[in-house]
Ligand binder design. Structure first.
Ligand code: ACO
Ligand code: V55
Length: 279
């Protein structure tokens, strides 16, 4: 992709390093709140990164002090109030399209690198990322109730999926904030680290993911996200089907090579390490 056909505009920025695409919410002066423009630019960005060879892992993070302060109360809510029903519905659809469809099912692994504020609508893209690492002092809040709405845009579903009932209802109903440390303790993020170690930790995780068979890694995350809504019989069939399909599509060299390295050459302990071509 040449620099001229970069799909991200002003509200999103992307940098590439070591097969990691750092995708930035790029409205630091507005605490990276999400406008209709940002929603469209995020969709286009993620869609392009899926087939960009510079990108093996996506890290979603924010410029400045915020990860994202949720939906833009001015551009997303107030300024769309008097628009036609079809335009309003499209605004909602474009939000869901990047937050709940494109990001949640992205062809590449995704890590939320939570550098600061996370409010309301930002819980949806947070939860859509496969993994999430936060600064200890990042601040989260389901602030909807503080301004008179319930957590919409599937935020309630996102927290039902990732927070226990006691915590979810406490923060939905009180609108109080909590820290990255607390988010880690409740399982909303994988872990929290001191702010100055955030990027180092995220890069280390990205490196681990980049060493796996990418076709199988994609299937593994897809399968996880599907099976929780299936009955046991359907799930068992589906997992075999996706497992076989992913071996077929990857070529199976990783699996065959790893078995040889363990069983024949005794060079690899797959319980302890990932197979590498040199093994
Ligand atoms: N929507 C619209 N504008 C926003 C948003 C938002 N969600 N968040 C911040 N901004 C704007 C502010 O209006 C301000 O704009 P201005 O410079 O043009 O006046 C600018 O970003 C900076 O924000 P401040 O409030 O001045 O920054 P401060 O550091 O004092 O506070 C904080 C940061 C706590 C994030 C505060 O901005 C805030 O409470 N934001 C709203 C958070 C929220 O409730 N989001 C909605 C969740 S519900 C949902 O998403 C559906
Ligand atoms: C939210 C609410 C929405 C939406 C996106 O509460 C996010 C968060 C009420 O509509 O479209």
């Amino acid at each position: 992709m040449s620099t001229t056909d970069q799909p991200w505009g002003n509200t999103v920025d992307v940098t590439f390093d070591d097969q990691i695409a750092f995708v930035y919410f790029n409205r630091p002066d507005k605490k990276n709140c999400m406008s209709p423009t940002l929603n469209r630019e995020m969709y286009a960005t993620l869609h392009a990164l899926e087939v960009d060879d510079r990108c093996g892992v996506v890290v979603l993070t924010g410029r400045g002090e915020a990860w994202s302060a949720g939906m833009d109360l001015k551009e997303y809510f107030r300024e769309t109030e008097n628009q036609s029903d079809t335009v309003k519905m499209r605004t909602r659809e474009e939000t869901a399209a990047w937050q709940q469809i494109k990001l949640r099912n992205l062809a590449k692994p995704t890590i939320a690198m939570v550098n600061g504020w996370v409010f309301g609508g930002a819980f949806t893209p947070l939860t859509s990322c496969d993994l999430a690492i936060a600064s200890d002092d990042a601040k989260f809040g389901l602030s909807e109730i503080n301004w008179g709405i319930l957590p919409g845009g599937n935020v309630t579903k996102a927290v039902a999926d990732t927070m226990g009932q006691r915590n979810a209802l406490y923060y939905i109903m009180t609108g109080e904030t909590f820290t990255g440390k607390q988010a880690a303790a409740m399982g909303l993020v994988n872990e929290s680290v001191p702010h100055d170690q955030l990027e180092t930790r995220v890069r280390a995780i990205a490196k681990v993911l980049l060493a796996k068979d990418p076709v199988v890694l994609r299937a593994a995350k897809e399968v996880f996200k599907r099976v929780r809504y299936m009955d046991w019989e359907t799930s068992n069939d589906y997992i075999y089907a996706k497992g076989d399909a992913s071996q077929h599509r990857s070529g199976g060299d990783f699996r065959t090579g790893a078995m040889k390295a363990f069983l024949d050459d005794k060079k690899l302990k797959p319980g302890l390490d990932t197979y590498k071509k040199e093994d």
